[in-house]
Design a protein around this ligand. Structure first.
Ligand SMILES: NC(=O)c1ccc[n+]([C@@H]2O[C@H](COP(=O)([O-])OP(=O)(O)OC[C@H]3O[C@@H](n4cnc5c(N)ncnc54)[C@H](OP(=O)(O)O)[C@@H]3O)[C@@H](O)[C@H]2O)c1
Length: 327
């Protein structure tokens, strides 16, 4: 990938992953980034996508646009999750191939693996057991996307590669009270509890389940390297190996935010799967050893982003309240 010359399209550049890819490509000196917001180009509209590819003819495509959300959003809008994701990825993969893109990188997610598969999760465990029911429509769409990439490689020789990131966090995350993933949701709760001087915070479950987290800028670095150096049908897990319990995570966020109350765990609430960790041997074999951002450092940068995000939104809506949030 010649960063000076290549036309590089990052689909979903205003999202968590797309934003990090753009930051990284820009820092490497990429000159010809092609970016369209959802409002400018609805990727579920086949005719619009085809017209865009015909006009812009990107050489490289990072497909980081998707309808993404937590358990609540997935169970409330299963039709949108399967329909939008099937449409976005089908349109982008097909038009990229048709208009002769040199390469496309597709992003799956660790939720495509069977609910009860052995840990750490190897790529070959795909389709060896039932999926987690709460996000099945989303996972099925992602599995169709990865199979589509493999089929276009086999039938058309299209260089489409597939990556499976673990749980991500970082600047640009979604801090919505209902739709956010665990780290941004906890950052918001600890921040609000600090402002209201709440004496304790109650967290669902025992705090014991183990989860892996990857700072999104580390993902972006890996994705650009894979785009440059990997061409193959086998999908590649992308994780950090940084595995912590929910309790350790909560204490780390509490420290970063400066919350001084107690953290309580509500053992009557479900824990979910006890452990979820990707086996990233394939990634390490392809990219060599990589230094990952330590959890505390990543959380600190994310909290700065949250404060900017919240303060800006509050300044726009209620100029008088913004002063409180700055404490
Ligand atoms: N976040 C994670 O922890 C995680 C983990 C593993 C894998 N991934 C994968 O990474 C990819 C990106 O996720 P993310 O966390 O960056 O999501 P995100 O922050 O929600 O960003 C997704 C982007 O896609 C855009 N988009 C959605 N529907 C669109 C449409 N119809 N047309 C055009 N643009 C559209 C969104 O724009 P609007 O907001 O304007 O709709 C947004 O900018 C997904 O494939 C996801 O499965 C994410």
């Amino acid at each position: 990938m010649d960063l000076q010359q290549s036309r590089i399209y990052v689909a979903g550049h205003r999202g968590l992953v797309g934003g990090a890819i753009v930051r990284h490509l820009t820092s490497l000196g990429a000159r010809n980034l092609i970016l369209r917001s959802h409002r400018e180009l609805d990727l579920s509209n086949q005719a619009a996508v085809d017209e865009f590819f015909a006009a812009k003819r990107p050489d490289y495509v990072f497909l980081a646009a998707a309808k993404v959300g937590g358990i609540h959003a997935n169970s409330t809008y299963p039709a949108e999750f399967i329909r939008d994701n099937l449409a976005i990825q089908t349109n982008v993969i097909h038009s990229a191939w048709k208009h002769r893109a040199k390469k496309l990188l597709f992003l799956g997610s660790s939720c495509i693996y069977p609910r009860d598969c052995p840990q750490p999760i190897k790529e070959e465990y795909l389709l060896t057991g039932p999926l987690e029911s709460t996000n099945e429509p989303y996972a099925i769409a992602k599995i169709a996307g990865l199979r589509m990439c493999q089929a276009y490689r086999r039938e058309h020789g299209f260089d489409a590669i597939v990556t499976m990131p673990t749980n991500l966090y970082g600047p640009g995350d979604n801090y919505h009270p209902e739709n956010a993933h665990v780290i941004p949701a906890l950052i918001r709760r600890f921040h609000e509890s600090k402002l209201s001087n709440a004496s304790d915070i109650n967290i669902w479950g025992s705090g014991k389940p183990l989860r892996e987290f990857l700072y999104v800028d580390d993902l972006a670095r890996a994705l650009v390297l894979l785009m440059e150096h990997y061409s193959g049908e086998e999908m590649v897990n992308v994780g950090s190996g940084i595995e912590v319990s929910i309790a350790t995570l909560a204490h780390a966020i509490s420290n970063v935010v400066g919350y001084e109350g107690k953290i309580m765990f509500d053992h009557s609430k479900p824990d979910g799967t006890p452990r979820k960790l990707l086996d990233c041997s394939r990634m390490r074999a392809l990219l060599g050893p990589t230094v990952m951002t330590a959890l505390e450092d990543g959380l600190t940068k994310t909290y700065v982003d949250f404060r900017d995000n919240v303060l800006n939104a509050q300044r726009d809506m209620h100029p008088d309240l913004a002063q409180d949030a700055e404490k």
